[in-house]
Design a protein. Structure first.
Length: 392
């Protein structure tokens, strides 16, 4: 079967069930015939931070172990890796592997990446990322399988297949990329460039338990009970967004992919295995990105520019500190690409005039003390922009 996207029920993390459902999903989108005996397959997991599997921030180790077994049955050598936010060093990444439960994947025969080299790429065809630095282990793989987690995301609306490839950028350099691409559309275009450059042979998504709310690291686990698979990260994302009530307009990477013709704009235009509407969760709490993106056309003339500026201010999301949760560790200050955060009397303080709203502070605060604040008008628009519970 060669469907565009498969959505298969999987109610929990029992190994045998996950393996069977993952095999079903992969089989429904063309299978693993592209894996040749002896080839080295890199599983690009989502290992954003040192958070245990129950936190739903990382691709679950049972999901990764099942994927490892399916690939090894084909004779592949499997290596799992990612570059979490923060240091890209053996000790830091090992700490993340341990916290995320990846020793289980080693028991299933996967190697955990320990190549911490960095390489430079020149990518002439790119829209945004014509040159970039990436983690060298990906170049040592014959094939990449993108094994993502479905989560709400402060900056990009949603983290699933397309966003997962931002992990190709070494953790220490990620803030620099936020600074280089402060505009959300260009940032999304950069990510789509990375997807196109690395061209994963397959994308699979752990949406058995997703993350809602203050994602992608400090949100709340939310069971969706399904696994997604697709040869296209963007088609997978189109379906994933529909499950959590986001329209493509609310996910900048999807918008960018649609503009490039990498996916249709509606789930109904895809050939599907399984029924996404059976897993759609209308109450899933998202942190939709600032809606000023929807009003970009307003800045084509002076009046439009003034109007656009007012509208933008009224709609812009921003990071806000929940003081009682802040322990003054300054991890947000160290990662902030705009150097907008200082610690005053043991608490983080944001200089609003410097903030570029990249939400790195919200993503990497270990205490969940940074939240995405949406203005009331943005909240109303989010509600009205949410699609009805439907798979079209
Ligand atoms: S907001 Fe979070 S990361 Fe920043 S100082 Fe407070 S606890 Fe640390
Ligand atoms: S304060 Fe937070 S959102 Fe603003 S630039 Fe710094 S890391 Fe990004």
């Amino acid at each position: 079967m060669n469907n565009d996207v498969a959505v298969v029920r999987c109610g929990g993390y029992e190994y045998e069930i996950v393996r069977a459902r993952l095999a079903e999903a992969i089989g429904a989108v063309g299978g693993l015939d592209f894996v040749r005996p002896g080839c080295r397959v890199g599983i690009k997991a989502n290992l954003v931070a040192a958070i245990p599997p129950e936190g739903a921030a990382t691709t679950h180790p049972i999901f990764l172990s099942a994927l490892t077994d399916l690939l090894r049955e084909r004779g592949a050598e499997v290596v799992i890796g990612d570059s979490p936010g923060g240091l890209y060093t053996p000790s830091f990444v090992d700490h993340v592997y341990r916290a995320a439960g990846l020793s289980l994947c080693e028991e299933h025969g996967a190697a955990l990446n320990r190549d911490f080299s960095e390489l430079s790429a020149v990518y002439e065809e790119a829209r945004s990322a014509k040159t970039f630095t990436y983690t060298g282990w990906l170049a040592s793989c014959d094939l990449i399988v993108n094994a993502c987690k479905l989560k709400s995301h402060g900056m990009m609306g949603m983290s699933a297949a397309a966003k997962n490839l931002f992990g190709a950028i070494p953790g220490t350099m990620k803030p620099e990329y936020h600074f280089r691409y402060p505009d959300y559309d260009r940032f999304a275009d950069m990510i789509v460039d990375l997807d196109e450059y690395f061209k994963p042979a397959l994308s699979v998504c752990d949406a058995i338990v997703a993350m809602e709310g203050n994602g992608p690291t400090a949100g709340t686990p939310r069971p969706l009970g399904c696994i997604l698979a697709s040869p296209s990260p963007h088609k997978l994302d189109l379906v994933a967004a529909s499950l959590i009530g986001l329209s493509p307009e609310q996910v900048p990477t999807l918008k960018a992919a649609i503009l490039r013709g990498l996916t249709p704009a509606a789930v109904g235009e895809l050939s599907l295995y399984g029924d996404p509407s059976a897993f759609a969760d209308p109450d899933f709490e998202t942190v939709a990105v600032r809606h000023s993106l929807l009003f970009r056309g307003a800045s084509d003339n002076v009046i439009g520019s003034i109007f656009g500026g007012i509208v933008q201010k009224a709609l812009d999301s921003r990071p806000v500190l929940q003081k009682r949760l802040c322990v003054g560790c300054n991890k947000c200050g160290k990662i902030c690409p705009a150097k907008a955060i200082s610690i005053v009397k043991g608490k983080a303080v944001i200089a609003r005039d410097k903030c570029i709203r990249c939400f790195c502070c919200q993503e990497f605060c270990p205490k969940g003390a940074m939240r995405v604040h949406r203005t009331w008008i943005a909240k109303i628009l989010t509600r009205s922009a949410k699609k009805p519970k439907s798979n079209t």
